[in-house]
Write a protein that binds this ligand. Structure first.
Ligand code: NAD
Length: 304
């Protein structure tokens, strides 16, 4: 790789809930930025800070040493990479594309195969940490890459993530798989915790007494101990991550399980609960709104 990361121009495509915070941190770390989005206004503050706006992904790729995508679904990634004015139309031979979206390896794999002569570095680096982590530059990042590629891009990733939690998890594709499994388990924790708290509380147990009993038991989890408090204390279902995207992740996770031939009954059930919440509360409702399905059954919110 020929990238000199400390002075590299970073291209960034997808300035939404996550991309907006990530680019602010790249800019604060001193990386020159080339950006685009279908919503030009999303780049206003970056451009005011010196970033260059381009109308197409091809132009962003041509102007960058490293180009990053942070897009909603694999279909968006495919369009931005393979479209007539997409990344592949602009990126130099030997260039680097990092997909930080929660996605599947198909598009990256297709790029490696159909453009094998160009020496491109195709890396997956999905993240955890919500829009709050993106804004604070403390994301956890799961990188699927060759070791030399990981070393080259690490300074760019460190501008967006917690250095202690930027993990090289394997070769290309491994980052996507790790991220999907994390989300699958977290969403499963959410649905299981909602059921347990709703049933226990309806059976007459004080909510906090029940939660503390769970914490002291082998059934404890980070979700019970920490994450559920945003609902129990603040009625916050995390609108920073839309349930439409959570359903996308669950669908990808179920597809991944099918593709590797492992049975996935629990994942499929959790996906169904999420789909019901999406149908009930709308696409933009927060990722934690499946919890509300149980509160609605009780006829009251579950609050400490
Ligand atoms: P978002 O919908 O808020 O942002 C996506 C951005 O991409 C938007 O600004 C949109 O205008 C832009 N976009 C869409 N199509 C485009 C195109 N063709 N060209 C240029 N720009 C385009 O989504 P988000 O919440 O930022 O999530 C991005 C990715 O990160 C998703 O894969 C999501 O699953 C993942 N993720 C999100 C969170 C979270 O808490 N929001 C956490 C971890 C991972």
């Amino acid at each position: 790789m020929s990238t000199a990361p400390q002075s590299a121009t970073v291209g960034f495509i997808g300035l939404g809930s996550m991309g907006s915070g990530m680019t602010k941190n790249l800019q604060a770390a001193g990386f020159p930025l080339a950006v685009t989005d279908i919503r030009q206004e999303a780049a206003d503050s970056l451009v005011a800070g010196g970033a260059h706006w381009y109308d197409t992904a091809a132009e962003v790729a041509a102007a960058s040493d490293v180009v990053i995508t942070m897009l909603p679904t694999p279909k968006h990634v495919r369009d931005v990479v393979f479209g007539a004015e997409g990344i592949l139309a602009g990126i130099s031979d030997g260039g680097t594309w990092i997909d930080m979206s929660t996605s599947v390896p198909d598009v990256a794999q297709e790029v490696r195969q159909s453009h094998s002569a160009r020496g491109l570095h195709v890396i997956d680096a999905p993240v955890s940490g919500m829009s709050v982590g993106a804004a604070s530059g403390m994301l956890q990042i799961f990188v699927g890459a060759e070791p030399a590629e990981f070393a080259e891009i690490r300074p760019v990733l460190e501008a967006m993530g917690d250095p202690e939690r930027i993990l090289h998890v394997g070769a290309g594709g491994a980052g996507y798989a790790v991220k999907l499994m994390i989300n699958q388990l977290w969403f499963s924790h959410l649905v299981a915790t909602a059921e347990v708290l709703a049933v226990g509380n309806a059976a007459g147990v004080d909510l906090e007494v029940l939660r503390q009993a769970l914490i002291a038991s082998p059934a404890n989890s980070t979700f019970v101990e920490r994450d559920v408090l945003s609902i129990l204390d603040n009625g916050d279902y995390d609108e920073g991550f839309a349930i439409a995207l959570a359903c996308k992740d669950l669908g990808l996770s179920v597809d991944l399980a099918a593709s590797v031939g492992v049975s996935f009954e629990l994942s499929a059930l959790v996906e169904q609960v999420y789909r019901r919440a999406r149908a009930t509360y709308g696409d933009r409702a927060g990722e934690m709104t499946p919890f509300q399905l149980y509160e609605d059954q009780l006829g009251r919110p579950l609050r400490r």
